[in-house]
Each structure stands twice: as structure tokens, then as C-alpha cells.
Design a protein around this ligand. Structure first.
Ligand code: NAG
Length: 310
């Protein structure tokens, strides 16, 4: 549905940015498997908060929101930041107020599903959570926590416990329209049981996604806390700038992260302005293949593509 929404936007004369907005917005309405939009990924207080960004590869303008509350259409608010402000990123309660002032309805993002995920987490001693080096021992107890003089090496953290394909995902889209305009965007409700205030990679330009109409675009999904340190979408676009094949550009962006975090969970999709595309993912026990969708104009439908992780 999200790809049909994006494609029909292009067919009715919309620009690439319009298609990215419509495609991601459809996912926010459909909740895309619970990982995008309202009612998913409750934080430590049971709230759902949203992160989104949109980038126009012609003007290099970006609009983004992080830790957005009460508003379902996060990509729409990101677009509004781009269209109606000189800023790039608005966050938290103030971003929600901005959205409401512009006419986005304030709604409750909780659902019975998000409430049951939250209650289950509480009943299992707040496991898993994202704390480290605190007391009481976060792998056994709920907070409130205080700093402890223990320094766990972050690389030894068991990432897959918290960050798996089942509880963390993002919609990322790259669109190239018939005039060669490139746009990219992302939308997510972030990481399950995140510490309130946590913002992942999705609304960070160059991390969640990146677009440049001279080159192409890229978008990422996975462990945003790790991936945002490497700006993999920016990196992939920069690799493609010199004519590198999109699949190879994606693979190289993944490899750079893996050098430091061998077991990180993540994937990148890449497309260049000639319409070639590819994807790559970091191979781990829980993820050996990555599925992504490509709209095929001649078949007039979305086709599922699969790559083997590297
Ligand atoms: C896009 O990728 C394809 C496949 O590697 C390549 O043949 C083409 O030259 C690339 N386009 C640009 C503009 O670099």
C-alpha cells in the first residue's frame, strides 16, 4: 500500500518529495507491522513517540521531527518543518505544539496493543532496557537508576536482545521522479522500551536517509543508536557519487559500521539517478536476508526483492 501510495502520487504529477511523504504517511496510518506510527514501541513510561525526516535532493532541504508526541502523521510534520520553517529538526513537546498550531490533530498514540507490550515489560522487571553502568543492576531490576562505577564495554553489549528485527524497524523510502528529482524519507516509532527522550537515526539527515538529485538516495533501518554514529545514508550516497554501484555502496556503508560493531543489526537501501538500486545488511543469527520493495512501473506493482546479508 505504501508503495502504491507513493507511485500514484508520482503518476498524478506529484514530485519525489510528495511521493516520499505520501508513502511514509500511508505506513503511519497502517502502522506497518507496529514499528511505524501510533500504538507501537512504547517507551519506559508506556508512551509512543515518533521520529521522521524528509529530504529534498534538489534543494538539500530537510525537515525532521524527533520524540514527537500526540501527532500520528510524523512525516507530515517533518514536511511542515521543511516547508514552513528555516529549521531542520524540531523535537519533543515543542514539536507537538508546532504541529498542533499548524492544524495537525493531537491524538492519543496509545493503543491496547502498546499498553499490553508495556505491561508485559513491567511485569518482567523492565527487561530488556537500554541502561548500562547503573545501580540497581539494569539487567535484573527496574529503575529509578543511579550511576554506578562499572564500565561495561559497549561492544560487549548484547544488542540482539533489545534490537531485533521484531522490535525495531523503520520505513525508509527513496524516490526518483521522471524529472530526475530525488527525495528520501524515514518514519518510525523507534526502539521498544527506549528511555524517554531517546531519538534514533531516523530523523537525522545522513543517518536515517539522504538524497542528492545529482547522485541518488539511501535510507537505513536497524539499531539507530549505533548506526547514527556513522551516517550510513550519507556515506552510501557519497560512495555512489563517484559512480559506484548502489549495491556495493550499501555494502561498504554496512562494512564501515561492522568494523566497530561486528554484531550490529542494520540494513541500507541505495538507488542512483539512473534507476539502479541495491541493498545490504549485516549478517547475524537473527538476520541473514533483508527484504525490500521496489515499485516496478512496467508491472505496475511493487515487487519484493531480497538480498543476502554480508
Ligand atoms: C548507477 O548504477 C549503475 C549500476 O552500477 C551504473 O551502471 C550507472 O552508471 C550508475 N549511474 C550513475 C549516474 O552513476
Amino acid at each position: 500500500y505504501k508503495l502504491s501510495a507513493a507511485w500514484s502520487t508520482l503518476q498524478s504529477g506529484g514530485r519525489a518529495v510528495d511521493a516520499v511523504e505520501k508513502g511514509c504517511a500511508q505506513c503511519e496510518i497502517d502502522q506497518c507491522g507496529g514499528t511505524v506510527g501510533y500504538g507501537g514501541s512504547p517507551d519506559e513510561l508506556g508512551e509512543t513517540t515518533l521520529d521522521a525526516m524528509i529530504m529534498d535532493g534538489d534543494t538539500m532541504q530537510v525537515g525532521a521531527v524527533g520524540d514527537l508526541r500526540r501527532i500520528k502523521n510524523a512525516i507530515g510534520v517533518a514536511r511542515a518543518v521543511m516547508e514552513h520553517t528555516k529549521h531542520t529538526l524540531l523535537v519533543g513537546e515543542s514539536a507537538s505544539n508546532f504541529a498542533e498550531d499548524l492544524g495537525f490533530p493531537g491524538e492519543n498514540l496509545k493503543t491496547s496493543r502498546s499498553l499490553s507490550i508495556y505491561l508485559k515489560w513491567l511485569s518482567q522487571n523492565c527487561q530488556p532496557n537500554s541502561w548500562k553502568n547503573v545501580t540497581p543492576e539494569p539487567s535484573k531490576s527496574c529503575g529509578p537508576y543511579k550511576p554506578a562505577n562499572r564500565f561495561l564495554q559497549e561492544k560487549q553489549r548484547v544488542h540482539h536482545e533489545l534490537t531485533s528485527i521484531h522490535n525495531h524497524d523503520t520505513i525508509g523510502m527513496v524516490v526518483i521522479d521522471k524529472n530526475g528529482h530525488v527525495s528520501a524519507g524515514t518514519s518510525t516509532n523507534g526502539l521498544r522500551h527506549k528511555i524517554p527522550g531517546r531519538v534514533g537515526d531516523a530523523p537525522i539527515a545522513g543517518a536515517g536517509s539522504y538524497a542528492d538529485s545529482e547522485v541518488g538516495g539511501a535510507a537505513c533501518t536497524g539499531d539507530g543508536d549505533i548506526m547514527m554514529r556513522f551516517l550510513p545514508s550519507y556515506q552510501a550516497v557519497e560512495y555512489m557519487r563517484n559512480g559506484m554501484d548502489p549495491t556495493l555502496a550499501c555494502q561498504k556503508a554496512i562494512s564501515r559500521i561492522r568494523k566497530h560493531y561486528p554484531s550490529f543489526f542494520g540494513a541500507v537501501v541505495c538507488a542512483n539517478i539512473t534507476g539502479s538500486y541495491g541493498a545490504a545488511c549485516n549478517k547475524m543469527v537473527a538476520l541473514t536476508q533483508f527484504h525490500f520493495m521496489v515499485y516496478n512501473p512496467s508491472a505496475d506493482r511493487a515487487l519484493e526483492k531480497v538480498v543476502n546479508c554480508i
